[in-house]
Design a protein around this ligand. Structure first.
Ligand SMILES: *Cc1c(COP(=O)(O)O)cnc(C)c1O
Length: 351
């Protein structure tokens, strides 16, 4: 039987032999004492590339996002986010549980928040009834909106508006390097205007574990204490940081291959443009497909699974496929052919 074509997420990659070799030869210390040289060098490199003073290596993107919330809000504050943002929909209510904030969600076009709409939603601290807004969070690329890249100009315009009102801006950049690859703009142009940025090494870059939070030296010092409190202090974490350094050197340019394969998947599956979000063509490595009513999500996914093709349900009538380091053209063509045959089937799929 064929090896499963696992398109559930870009988190499913296994470390390559070269990455494992880099991990095995990593120089390590104790990062809770702050003396793991490999972690220190990763933090310095990531902060520099993203145009910030400092960075903190953390176990997950969720922890990086939640540290950003914890350090830039007070309990009872309001945080403005796009309605399908990961920080709101996929972090187990952590904003409420760990920071005591309430989240106000705003609708958007393809995940990109309109500065005017954000401005209207800001609650000033001038009335005792109100929960004052302290933070706005954006996501680039936007996962639920099919890996859409926020244009640099939109990020800059929103940042100016948010800062003009004395608020802070957090960028969830779990897939920021995909945005960088797709747009050709340097990471710092997206990240430099935010007050804090989270990035994941465990997504498109193909690492087994690890994310980072970047920002000012003060923010990162405070986040370090909260990381300890949240149980995220790691000891010989240089083994993991070595994977991230290796990925930054070797797995960035190849993200273009993942993007090409996402487009190839849509073409070979012969999916009509109106069922692929956003706008008919994947921009990066995420393919979000809206199934027609005659094709129930669970039945389609089960039929694909029988053929060793794995996608995930993505809410409502949506399913998602993500290309990554462990997927080649042959696997994409096979998965696309399976999906094409299911979508072509005139009535139902189960029988
Ligand atoms: C994956 C992801 C995260 C973080 O996920 P972890 O599994 O906690 O590392 C954050 N934001 C977005 C948009 C993501 O896709």
């Amino acid at each position: 039987m064929r090896r499963p074509v696992d398109l559930r997420s870009d988190t499913v990659t296994r470390p390559t032999a070269a990455m494992l070799a880099a991990m095995m030869s990593a120089e390590v210390g104790d990062d809770v004492f702050g003396d793991d040289p490999t972690v220190l060098s990763l933090q310095e490199r990531v902060a520099g590339e993203l145009g910030h003073e400092a960075a903190l290596f953390v176990p997950s993107g969720t922890m990086a996002n939640q540290l950003a919330l914890r350090c830039q809000t007070r309990p009872g504050d309001e945080v403005i986010v796009e309605e399908y943002a990961h920080v709101f929909t996929a972090e187990a209510g952590a904003g409420a549980a760990l920071s005591g904030v309430q989240i106000r969600v705003l609708p958007s076009e393809r995940g990109v928040l309109e500065p005017a709409r954000v401005e209207e939603a800001i609650t000033p601290p001038t009335n005792d009834h109100w929960a004052p807004t302290s933070l706005v969070c954006i996501e680039n690329t936007h996962n639920r909106h099919g890996g859409h890249v926020w244009p640099v100009e939109s990020v800059t315009a929103l940042a100016a508006r948010v800062h003009g009102r004395g608020l802070r801006l957090h960028l969830d950049g779990a897939r920021l390097w995909n945005a960088v690859e797709a747009s050709g703009r340097p990471a710092a142009t997206f990240a430099g205007v935010a007050d804090s940025v989270s990035v994941c090494f465990s997504k498109g870059l193909g690492c087994p574990v690890g994310s980072a939070l970047v920002g000012s030296r003060d923010l990162v010092n405070e986040a370090r204490r909260w990381r300890k409190r949240f149980g995220g202090g790691m000891r010989q974490a240089g083994i993991l940081a070595a994977a991230a350094l290796h990925a930054l050197d070797h797995h960035r340019e190849r993200l273009a291959d993942d993007h090409a394969r996402a487009r190839r998947f849509v073409e070979r599956a012969e999916l009509p443009a109106d069922v692929v979000l956003p706008g008919g063509h994947p921009e990066t490595n995420i393919v979000v497909i809206e199934l027609p009513a005659r094709l129930p999500v669970a039945a389609v996914l089960a039929r694909l699974e029988e053929q060793q093709v794995r996608l995930v349900p993505f809410g409502g009538r949506l399913i998602r496929a993500v290309t990554h380091l462990d997927i080649d053209d042959e696997q994409i063509d096979y998965a696309a052919a399976c999906l094409r045959d299911i979508v072509r089937t005139p009535v139902g799929v189960a029988g």
